[in-house]
Design a protein around this ligand. Structure first.
Ligand code: SF4
Length: 446
């Protein structure tokens, strides 16, 4: 389908939920500018790669895709290729030299300029909009293109924390929060749209601060929970140092705020955490875990771990394994450290751990965590859990897939249930990552 600009677009999204939410914002901006969504990448006049720079192989992954688009451009000379998000923000205009196939670049704060950038790209100017705009929160833009039973609401952007290994402060800029009223407007729109789950997003979501009304994240969470009583409320990613007792109380008090906290620890060693500039030691972290566990019975904790950070010794690695045994996370994202250019660690710390050692330590962490995850899943066999049905299972149209409040995937017989229903499911079996159960009936809304 062609639009009044005569052009259609397709967005290929890499990375995290924040990038998925940003793709919905980009879609809304381009539609407002007279462009339309193409049915597939092959049919599009403009292809935009919305990229993530957090992992080491981010550039390789998009370069592979750009390679493919080079072939497509040979067949269709008017095809425009844009790269948005963290990778161009990180690599700057150098990206245009690295990849001649790219026609325009847009950093995370410049999406409102996209219609203009595309116009310049049509004229062959190869524009790059990569400035930081501290006031940009994309307030007033109604995201377009959410699918499924849940919707994302970015409530803050950027990060002020400067963890030594992380590129986010350099690709997403300084922290800024959506005004409280704008978040609530968005929540009302989502509720009216019939969604059953709302995920509040931010690089450091629990440092949310509404400048107008002085609301912090705990107040925001309570307000969203009351405004959307028929929805499950989730949030990510939280920083352990910003988990306040009031925030824990807000989760404990509100029946529709999920009992799941992603609490990235990165290392079990205080010495390494200091080098990482995480702003807390292991004792404070364990106090936060104890507070969450005491106030929210059955709370699910998940985490991120980096193996082999600069200066990590065997005893630090042992401390990470000890922490895993102590906290018993439901799941974890686990990686070995690789320096990212521009970060504090890249500038000032020596990457001392040999690759083979990093890989061995990572494997030990993965092996242990997989064992713990399997035990956690096994413990739920026999129990009855509340599952928000999301979609048809990949295995069979007779089955649905959904998630528990603690974010575990569950497959169960469809019965009368449909995606969007809250279903009581008795767990019969646990595999390495999924529970299987039997449908015990659809629940009324919260
Ligand atoms: S809190 Fe640390 S790891 Fe998280 S986005 Fe900010 S700098 Fe990166």
């Amino acid at each position: 389908m062609k639009s009044e600009t005569g052009r259609s677009f397709y967005i290929h999204t890499f990375g995290c939920q924040m990038n998925q939410a940003d793709s919905s914002i980009i879609t809304a901006i381009l539609m407002d500018g007279g462009y339309v969504v193409a049915g597939s990448e092959e049919q599009a006049d403009i292809v935009i790669l919305n990229t993530c720079a957090v992992r080491e192989n981010a550039v390789e992954r998009i370069s592979h895709h750009l390679q493919f688009l080079r072939g497509a451009k040979r067949r269709n000379r008017s095809l425009l290729v844009g790269v948005a998000g963290c990778v161009p923000q990180h690599l700057k205009r150098e990206m245009l030299e690295m990849f001649p196939v790219v026609d325009f670049l847009a950093g995370p704060d410049t999406y409102r300029n996209l219609p203009l950038l595309i116009r310049d790209a049509v004229e062959g100017k190869r524009p790059a909009a990569l400035d930081f705009r501290i006031e940009e929160t994309y307030g007033g833009i109604e995201p377009f293109g959410e699918v499924g039973v849940g919707a994302f609401v970015p409530v803050m952007r950027g990060c002020n924390n400067m963890c030594a290994f992380c590129v986010v402060p350099f690709t997403r800029g300084r922290e800024r929060s959506q005004p409280f009223s704008a978040v609530m407007d968005e929540v009302r729109r989502i509720v009216a749209g019939g969604y059953r789950e709302i995920t509040l997003l931010g690089q450091n979501v629990n440092s949310y601060a509404d400048l107008e009304g002085g609301k912090d994240f705990a107040s925001l969470l309570r307000a969203v929970s009351l405004e959307a009583p028929g929805c499950r409320i989730r949030f990510t990613t939280s920083h352990p140092k910003d988990i306040s007792p009031d925030l824990v109380d807000a989760i404990a008090e509100s029946p529709n705020i999920c009992s799941h906290v992603h609490l990235p620890v990165q290392s079990g060693s205080t010495r390494v955490l200091e080098r990482m500039n995480r702003g807390h030691g292991i004792d404070e972290y364990l106090e936060t875990v104890a507070l969450l566990r005491s106030r929210i019975p059955g709370v699910s904790l998940t985490t991120d771990i980096i193996a082999g950070f600069c200066g990590e010794e065997d005893e630090d690695h042992e401390a990470t394994l000890t922490l895993l045994r102590k906290v018993r996370y439901d799941t974890a994202f686990m990686f070995y450290y690789s320096p990212r250019s521009g970060t504090a660690a890249w500038k000032t710390l020596e990457d001392t751990v040999p690759l083979a050692v990093k890989k061995r330590r990572l494997q030990e962490i993965i092996d242990l965590q997989l064992l713990i995850s399997a035990e956690c899943l096994q413990n739920s066999v026999g129990s009855v859990v509340e599952v928000l049905a999301e979609s048809e299972s990949r295995r069979s149209p007779e089955q649905l897939m959904g998630r528990t409040e603690t974010n575990r995937a569950v497959v169960f017989d469809r019965g009368e249930a449909r995606p969007g229903d809250m279903v009581r499911v008795q767990v019969l079996k646990a595999s390495s990552a999924t529970l299987t159960g039997v449908n015990k009936g659809v629940l009324p809304a919260f």
